[in-house]
Design a protein around this ligand. Structure first.
Ligand SMILES: Nc1nc2c(ncn2[C@@H]2O[C@H](COP(=O)(O)OP(=O)(O)OP(=O)(O)O)[C@@H](O)[C@H]2O)c(=O)[nH]1
Ligand SMILES: [Mg+2]
Length: 401
């Protein structure tokens, strides 16, 4: 492994230097804006430092390794690699979406739905389930099954969901001798089969792809937007532009301006819905237009409405709801219910590094029934992000037996 720091005036120059020296296999480990000269950090000249690594081992060997590395490991591989892979034969957006749901997965969902029936469910009902035969609830479970269920609940999976999942698996295996490790593996596989994640955008469809990040205050929308912009622009080579609707705080615009300057992409600040629309229209040849929105408390109906009104006229905008994986169940349910009024198409989970309990990923999916696009696990731009993968999520929730 060779590691080297590349210093330049802009991020693009630093990445170009890195590509010249390390080639396409290089992986960005860290990026930072530094000042040199000046006084106590003031008046110095700004530089961009990119620390990159080149694995001198064969990449084939790497690909044959575990296909499901922990998030921090896959982060080191870099989302850029995932994006570049996706730039090959176009992966079908939403591929697998229309595939019929396997019966065991249907059973798990149905068991969960049944337990929710008596309550005021937030499930949007976008995916009606046909009725299928399930099993009675009072199955005698051995302690190892209870143990797996308890670990899921400890990891913040909604208790009813955890119970439905282990029940659907136990129904299949109860007549065979089974050890706890195999049971754990099967439950993980069931979780992965229940979740949906979309592959990265490939821009083979109509241009531009327009994506807005919405969500509560402080969850990491702007940082995530910068990570996405940097990965797509600098690593995948897409033509990216940014619009921000967050004009409530001067600092918010400054934050985004700094990122766009470093990345070297245009930014428009839209004060009105009309300005958002005209900005998007003026960039008809871009691959990707990313829209940042003001953090909106799910309780602030007026702000939610403003975001909805601003996005409404933009044809085909894909709305990604950003939430922190540290959110408690009740708040998560409230967030999903209220943002559902604006409408959203994808989920982005942030701050995976701030907890070891990742069950909120599964709970959020169960409440929203919209696929994940990205996961983030740190403050570093652009490296602390990765394309969401169902297997990785199930691994984060249930790990090893
Ligand atoms: N630990 C951790 N911190 C993160 C992550 N993503 C963002 N943050 C931090 O969370 C804080 C808020 O991030 P922002 O991107 O400003 O959040 P926002 O949703 O745009 O906030 P508002 O626009 O005020 O609603 C910053 O300190 C980020 O560095 C993450 O994945 N992990
Ligand atoms: Mg923000």
């Amino acid at each position: 492994m060779r590691v080297k720091r590349f210093v330049a005036n802009t991020m693009q120059e630093a990445v170009a230097q890195m590509r010249d020296e390390f080639g396409q296999e290089a992986v960005i480990l860290d990026t930072r804006l530094t000042k040199r000269g000046g006084f106590l950090g003031l008046f110095g000249k700004k530089y961009v430092e990119v620390t990159a690594a080149l694995d001198t081992k064969s990449t084939v060997e790497q690909d044959e390794r575990n296909v499901n590395p922990p998030l921090h490991e896959s982060r080191q591989k870099g989302m850029g690699e995932q994006l570049l892979k996706s730039a090959g034969p176009p992966p079908q957006e939403d591929s697998g979406f229309e595939e019929p749901m396997p019966i065991p997965v249907k059973i798990a969902w149905q068991l969960y739905q049944e337990t929710l029936k008596r309550e005021d469910s937030v499930v949007s009902g976008t995916e009606p389930h046909e009725t299928i035969r399930t099993v009675p609830k009072d199955l005698p479970w051995p302690p190892m099954v209870t143990d797996i269920q308890r670990r899921m609940v400890d990891s913040e999976v909604d208790e009813r969901l955890a119970s439905a999942i282990v029940q659907s698996v136990w129904q299949e295996v109860k007549d065979e001798p089974i050890d706890s490790e195999t049971m754990n593996t099967k439950v993980k596989a069931r979780i992965a089969a229940m979740l949906r994640c979309v592959p990265p955008w490939d821009f083979s469809g109509p241009k531009p792809k327009v994506v807005a990040l919405i969500g509560p205050t402080g969850v990491g929308k702007t940082t995530t937007l910068a990570k996405i912009a940097a990965n797509y622009s600098l690593i995948a080579g897409a033509d990216v532009a940014l619009v921000t609707l967050d004009t409530y705080r001067i600092a918010a615009v400054d934050q985004l301006r700094t990122y766009t300057q470093i990345i070297g992409i245009p930014l428009k600040v839209a004060e009105t819905p009309e300005e958002v629309r005209s900005s998007v229209e003026s960039w008809s040849r871009k691959d990707l237009i990313l829209i940042d929105t003001a953090g909106t408390s799910q309780r602030d109906t007026e702000r939610l409405r403003e975001v909805a009104v601003a996005l409404e006229p933009i044809t085909g905008v894909e709305r990604h709801l950003v939430f922190s994986v540290t959110t408690r169940y009740r708040d998560l349910a409230d967030i999903i219910r209220r943002f559902d009024r604006i409408g959203f198409d994808r989920l982005i989970a942030t701050k995976l590094d701030e907890t070891s309990c990742h069950g909120a990923l599964l709970t959020a999916y169960a409440l929203a029934r919209r696929p994940f696009s990205f996961l983030t696990d740190g403050q570093g731009v652009p490296e602390c992000i990765q394309v969401a993968e169902a297997k990785l999520i199930s691994e984060l929730i249930l790990g090893d037996a």
